[in-house]
Ligand binder design. Structure first.
Ligand SMILES: Cc1cc2nc3c(=O)[nH]c(=O)nc-3n(C[C@H](O)[C@H](O)[C@H](O)COP(=O)(O)OP(=O)(O)OC[C@H]3O[C@@H](n4cnc5c(N)ncnc54)[C@H](O)[C@@H]3O)c2cc1C
Length: 453
């Protein structure tokens, strides 16, 4: 797949405009909205697309795919634009921006929710909540359903209901040849198996149909800021919570600069139940000397807004993660803190960065049959770092950090073929069948690996 030549851009854009409805928008660098149309959550992920198409009607996505595919032009699909890898951007190709396709329909009888391919989790949370329901989704409601679902994905409700993909019932998608098909777990359809974890490599998803669950409201939760001297107690509590049998709880915690030259521990705690029960479960944390405590009874949807302010779009960012087997070792946590403190000292403008540990027990997730999805899951906890900066390349830091973690916990956090494991060969066969020319080249790289590698 190639770039569009500079002198062909306007002609091809005009050709596209003629094929699409007037409500759809076709943007090139000559358009006043160009900069806005290539902006991403991390400005480091921005690339100069030759043409950005913003379809107003989901049926027009197929027109653009056929248009690009027949001319060998690279395609990128943009959902919420949060991928720091730049996988929703293209340098010189066509970007299909799904941001106008955000409709959400709730069926309260079957407790299912259907979201269009460009819907954000905020759209889903709001629509589901109106019916007393919730879908397993993301913790930052500005991320899109598409990008988050297609990579597996988890957050507060996973301990009860599994990954987002475990709750995906059906998708409508445009394949590489431009055909629009429905793939569903009820039809034992093969692309559906592949989509649940490698979706961005198989098509443009026009709609996602999810299982939803009755959500008791209010839930309890919020953010705590704790002095760094309490780290041993926070680590001990996180380890206990991981083993704790109450599936309604979740916790994310990590390191952050809380005042000039002062590092603190920030913890977001969640309990799907009454305030008193949440407070009892999290008492070991609540009894520490807290610098901030915003926990209260609140709606489930508001839990997914807690990070929004701190994680607004527009900064240069790198986000990388790894996993470690439980229990979390205190010495290891201290080492991570030391690495993080060392990084923050270097670039003058990286003080908004965070290093995060997740406490989402995986029992429910690993109970899912390997036959129904291709992701391989083991019981681990996740660690990741969102490094933020203005003028400094912090990708080096996040990459180095992941290597540090791998040295300490060898054999985990590996990617590519190792992630797909025994399912890789089947996944590769499906890729060859549905997208042999790699029209959808921005997801996990499958065709570049062989099953013997
Ligand atoms: C602030 C923040 C919070 C996050 N929170 C969570 C979380 O709580 N849980 C979690 O699991 N992950 C989380 N993530 C990771 C997140 O899941 C990924 O960054 C995800 O890719 C974001 O999706 P997006 O659509 O917003 O991004 P985009 O950059 O638009 O898309 C990401 C990838 O998905 C593809 N894609 C998007 N929509 C479609 C579609 N409809 N059809 C085909 N391909 C599509 C794009 O082409 C691209 O390859 C978070 C990331 C950030 C930056």
């Amino acid at each position: 797949m190639s770039k569009i030549q500079e002198d062909e851009i306007e002609e091809l854009a005009q050709f596209l405009r003629l094929q699409l409805s007037q409500r759809s928008v076709v943007v090139t660098s000559k358009s006043s909205s160009y900069q806005e149309s290539i902006a991403r959550w991390s400005s480091a992920a921005e690339k100069r697309a030759a043409i950005v198409v913003i379809p107003d009607d989901h049926r027009e996505v197929a027109i653009v795919i056929v248009f690009a595919q027949t001319r060998g032009i690279e395609i990128a699909i943009r959902g919420g634009g949060h991928a720091t890898s730049g996988s929703s951007s293209t340098d010189g190709g066509i970007c299909i921006d799904l941001s106008r396709l955000r409709k959400v329909i709730v069926d309260p009888d079957t407790k299912t929710v259907t979201a269009q391919g460009g819907a954000l989790w905020a759209d889903v949370d709001k629509a589901a909540e109106e019916h007393g329901l919730a879908v397993v989704g993301g913790t930052v409601n500005t991320t899109s359903v598409g990008g988050l679902t297609l990579s597996g994905s988890y957050k507060y409700l996973v301990r009860q209901y599994g990954l987002v993909i475990n709750n995906l019932l059906e998708v409508e998608l445009v394949l590489a040849d431009g055909k629009t098909v429905t793939a569903s777990r009820h039809k034992t359809s093969q692309p559906f198996w592949a989509i649940r974890g490698a979706g961005a490599s198989f098509g443009a998803i026009l709609s996602f149909n999810f299982q939803a669950y009755a959500m008791r409201t209010p839930v309890w939760g919020g953010a705590l800021v704790i002095g760094i001297s309490e780290l041993p107690k926070v680590v001990a509590f996180a380890n206990d919570l991981f083993l704790e049998s109450d599936p309604k709880s979740a916790m994310i915690w990590g390191f952050k600069v809380i005042a000039p030259d002062t590092f603190g521990i920030v913890a977001v705690v969640f309990y799907e139940g009454m305030e008193q029960m949440g407070q009892a479960l999290f008492a070991p944390l609540l009894n520490l000397q807290l610098l901030v405590n915003s926990t209260c009874s609140r709606s489930y949807s508001s839990m997914n807004t807690l990070f929004n302010n701190d994680l607004q779009a527009g900064y240069r960012r790198s986000m990388k993660g790894s996993e470690f087997l439980t229990p979390l070792d205190y010495t290891f946590a201290r080492k991570c803190l030391a690495e993080f403190q060392d990084f923050i000292k270097r670039p003058p403008d990286a003080s908004m960065s965070v290093m995060v540990f997740e406490v989402f027990p995986f029992k429910k997730i690993i109970s899912v049959s390997k036959q129904t999805q291709h992701l391989q899951i083991v019981e681990y906890m996740g660690i990741y770092c969102v490094a933020e900066y203005f003028n400094y390349d912090c990708t080096n830091f996040t990459t180095a950090l992941v290597k540090v973690l791998l040295l300490i916990y060898p054999g985990i956090g590996v990617g590519g073929k190792q992630v797909f494991g025994n399912n890789f060969t089947r996944l590769l066969d499906l890729k060859k069948r549905y997208d042999p020319t790699n029209v959808f080249s921005k997801g996990p790289q499958l065709l570049s690996q062989t099953s013997s590698e």
